[in-house]
Each structure stands twice: as C-alpha cells, then as structure tokens.
Design a protein around this ligand. Structure first.
Ligand SMILES: NC(=O)c1ccc[n+]([C@@H]2O[C@H](COP(=O)([O-])OP(=O)(O)OC[C@H]3O[C@@H](n4cnc5c(N)ncnc54)[C@H](O)[C@@H]3O)[C@@H](O)[C@H]2O)c1
Ligand SMILES: N[C@@H](CCSC[C@H]1O[C@@H](n2cnc3c(=O)[nH]cnc32)[C@H](O)[C@@H]1O)C(=O)O
Length: 411
C-alpha cells in the first residue's frame, strides 16, 4: 500500500472503532464544547491502533496537543499511526517492528514535547522521565497508567520514595479491570491465537498460567471453545477459585507435560522455562497475554533450539532436539502482536476512564504518589455504558436506603 492508501485504511479502522465506543463519544462531545485540556500537552505511550487513536482524537478535541508512541514494538499498526499523524495537534512516533533502541528513541521524542500529562501502558514513559529526563518532572501535572504491571511498577517506585509525580492507576478502576482484563483479554487472546494458528482449540489441553483478571477471562473462553483447561497459580486463594470454577489446577512442571496450548497471563517472569520446554509434548504452542516478553523465557528457548524457523506468519518453531515448540509473536502480547487487541466496546470503558482522568488531573492539583480513579468517575463510566446498551436498572427506595444503613431491624 502507498501512503495515501495506508492513511485511508487507518481512517477506516478509526471510523469503525469510533462507532463502537459510545461512552468515549459522549466525553468527546463534552470536550469539544468545554475544551478542558486547552493549552495542555499530553504525552502517551500506548498500543498505537484504532481504539487508542480514538482516545487520542478525544484528547485533541478537548484542546490538548498530543504526542504518542507505542508501548510494545509489535502492536503498532502503521496505517493508524499515519492516519493520526495527519490530524491537527497530534504527532505519532510509533512504527511497527522497531528494535529496542528505536522504541526508546520514540519515547524520548514524546518527552521532547514537554508533556504536562502522561499516559502510559506499562510505565515506560514514567520510567524514562525518572531515570533520564528528570528536568521535565517539574512541568508534569500528573500521569495515568493503563495496566496492572504498570501499576505494580509505580507502587514499587512509590514505596522506594522514587515516584516524583502523581499518577492515577486507571487499571484499578472497576470499569477497567473487570471488563478489559477479563472479557477483553479473554476474547482477544483467543482471537490472536486462533487467527494466527488456524488450529482447533476443542479437545486440547490448554494451560493458563495465572488466574488473575486476565487468566480468568482466558480460561473461561478456552472452556467455551471446548478445551480441557488447566490453571497454574502461586496464590492459594486464586488456585482454589480456579478449581471451584471447574478447572484442573497443578504445578507448571506437571502441566508442561500435558499442555498443548500454553497462555501466560501472570505479569511475572520465567513462567515457562527450559525445564518446562524440555518436558512439553511435540508441537506445543506458546502464547503470552500478560506483559512484556519475559513470561516465556525466550533466551532459554533460543539456546535450547537446534533450529529456529518461521512455520506460519507470526509463528516461530524451535526444534529443541526432535521436539518442536511453537511460539506466537515472539512471546509478546498475543492479542496485540498477533491480533487487533481488545474489542472496541471494552476499550470504550478503559479509555473513557483515561479521558476522564486526564481531565481530572488538569483540574485538580494532586500530590505525588499513586492515586485511585475517583469513584464518581468509575460510576459515571458504568452508567454511561449501561445507557449506551439501552439497559435501565432499579434505584433504591427511601425505605430500602434506610433499612440498609440501619441496625435496629432484625429477625
Ligand atoms: N493482554 C492484554 O491486553 C492485557 C490486558 C490487561 C492486563 N494485561 C497484563 O496481564 C498481566 C496480568 O494482569 P491481571 O490484571 O490479570 O493481574 P492479576 O494480578 O489479577 O493476576 C496475575 C495472576 O498471576 C499470578 N501469578 C504470579 N506469578 C505467577 C507464577 N509464577 N505462576 C502462576 N501464577 C502466577 C498471580 O498470583 C495472580 O493471580 C499484567 O502484566 C497486565 O499488565 C494484559
Ligand atoms: N506495554 C506492555 C503492557 C501490557 S499491555 C496490556 C494493556 O493493553 C491494553 N490493551 C489491550 N488491547 C488494547 C487495544 O486494542 N488497544 C489499546 N490498548 C489495548 C489493555 O488495557 C491492557 O491493560 C506490553 O506491551 O507488554
């Protein structure tokens, strides 16, 4: 495709996403009218694809000047990046398939815009701000963080007294993690795996590592596709929950021997290691839907491999001595590096939270540290989403309110 065709394709993807993000549309209308971000610069590192682009244009509609790059070298969609770049007050520095150096150079270019507010997915912008670009910190009003691991990183910084700006943990809004991490990852991880492998899930042993919000979604949808699901955990309560939800629970060293498809969703490192690769059945398929590319020990797999070859678009086969292990998208997020990411209706809620939190930071002086999304914003997103779905719910009567808050009525 030439540049013009790429821009057309990017615009078309944005139109489709926009039409399926009704809560963000309500916010965009308000932003257009009230311009709450006038004069502010927003620097972002998010997956550069169509839903993110709709968030970017929403912030620009609110009066912000937006600079954006990717938060994963394999999730950028170049047509959307180009379509963003032709818009007023928006600069996009992301490109698909960049190496580590170019990835961090693009982050620097976003920071060169001297942002007042940052939006991260994984805290890479904030990390660079605190490590190398500290001169920019006094200018920063605050930041927003999209994902669980980013929030963990920020809490770790806060604990060490290293966090020098306020950040809102958007991931921890209920209208984010209950839907995005669970139903979003549940659907899009399987979308990525299925469209990339074109293999059957029914009847296979699927191993889901981690039974957090993402793991619950991935396990639920694997069961729906007819898989026999095995869960591995380190948390006894979540392991018990997985068992009571109907899945087999065991150690990864045992699961590795029988798993046919493995999906990691822990946000931790070294979940699948050399020990596991050696005991896996021939032809095992590995995918990561957690964070970064450290859940599957790709270095160990590379060292074990006698040969590595591409066997299908975005699948590499590692022959480790008569046994073949297939890895999708280099062990990076399978839903984004081998798919189009979460469904638009889910990102509608995640990004409505982002837009509202950016406005909240612009209008309130927050102290340094990690902050929760204000409850009223979380509730607002839920209400708007229900309304957009044509769903009405009951309201407490006065008598019910007083009953629920009293203690004198008993048996
Ligand atoms: N693919 C996506 O689009 C997507 C969406 C949302 C979140 N995420 C990322 O996915 C990861 C998980 O997010 P979450 O919200 O489910 O987090 P979570 O904290 O709810 O769940 C993680 C689970 O993994 C378990 N775990 C940790 N180490 C483990 C180990 N060694 N073996 C087995 N289990 C282990 C934890 O006990 C926990 O239950 C994070 O890195 C997050 O950033 C990805
Ligand atoms: N930057 C890290 C972070 C994990 S991404 C996990 C986050 O991606 C977000 N996400 C999932 N799908 C989409 C999408 O289609 N567009 C934009 N963001 C998405 C989702 O909100 C989740 O919290 C990495 O690439 O490894």
């Amino acid at each position: 495709m030439n540049e013009k065709e790429l821009i057309e394709s990017g615009n078309m993807k944005m139109d489709w996403a926009r039409n399926h993000m009704p809560v963000l549309a309500i916010i965009r209308e308000k932003f257009e009218e009230e311009k709450p971000l006038k004069g502010l610069k927003v620097g972002m590192a998010l997956h550069v694809e169509a839903k993110t682009a709709v968030l970017v244009e929403t912030l620009a509609a609110g009066g912000a000047e937006v600079s954006i790059t990717g938060c994963n070298p394999l999730s950028t969609q170049d047509d959307v990046a180009l379509a963003l770049n032709i818009r007023k007050n928006i600069s996009c520095f992301a490109r698909y398939g960049v190496g580590s150096q170019e990835y961090y150079e693009a982050i620097d270019r976003v920071l060169d815009s001297r942002p007042d507010i940052t939006i991260d997915d994984g805290a890479d912008l904030i990390f660079k701000l605190h490590k190398e670009r500290t001169d920019l910190l006094p200018n920063i009003l605050g930041g927003c963080e999209e994902t669980t691991t980013g929030v963990h990183r920020l809490h770790a910084m806060e604990k060490e007294g290293a966090l020098k700006m306020p950040v809102i943990a958007v991931n921890d809004a209920m209208t984010k993690y209950l839907f995005d991490n669970r139903y979003g990852t549940g659907q899009s991880a399987w979308d990525g795996i299925n469209r990339t492998t074109n293999l059957l899930v029914a009847g296979k042993n699927v191993v889901v590592a981690g039974y957090g919000w993402c793991g619950r979604g991935v396990a639920m949808r694997a069961a729906g596709l007819g898989a026999s699901v095995i869960v591995t955990e380190v948390d006894p309560i979540r392991a018990l929950e997985a068992r009571m939800d109907g899945y087999r629970v065991m150690k990864m060293s045992d699961a590795a021997k029988i798993g046919e498809i493995f999906v990691t969703t822990t946000g931790n490192r070294d979940i699948l290691t050399a020990e596991h690769f050696k005991s896996m059945p021939d032809g095992a398929i590995l995918a990561n839907s957690g964070h970064f590319n450290v859940e599957i020990d790709m270095e160990a797999l590379n060292s074990l491999a006698k040969t590595v070859r591409t066997v299908r678009n975005n699948i590499k086969e590692y022959d480790i001595g008569g046994k073949r292990i297939n890895v999708i998208a280099e062990g990076r997020l399978v839903n984004l590096a081998a798919g189009d990411g979460h469904p638009a209706e889910v990102m509608d809620m995640s990004f409505a939270n982002q837009a509202l939190c950016v406005r909240y930071i612009a209008e309130n002086k927050l102290p340094n540290g990690v902050h929760r999304v204000p409850q009223e914003l979380d509730n607002y997103v839920a209400r708007m989403k229900l309304e957009s779905m044509g769903i009405s719910i009951d309201e407490l009567t006065e008598a019910q309110r007083s009953y629920m808050s009293g203690w004198e009525c008993g048996t």
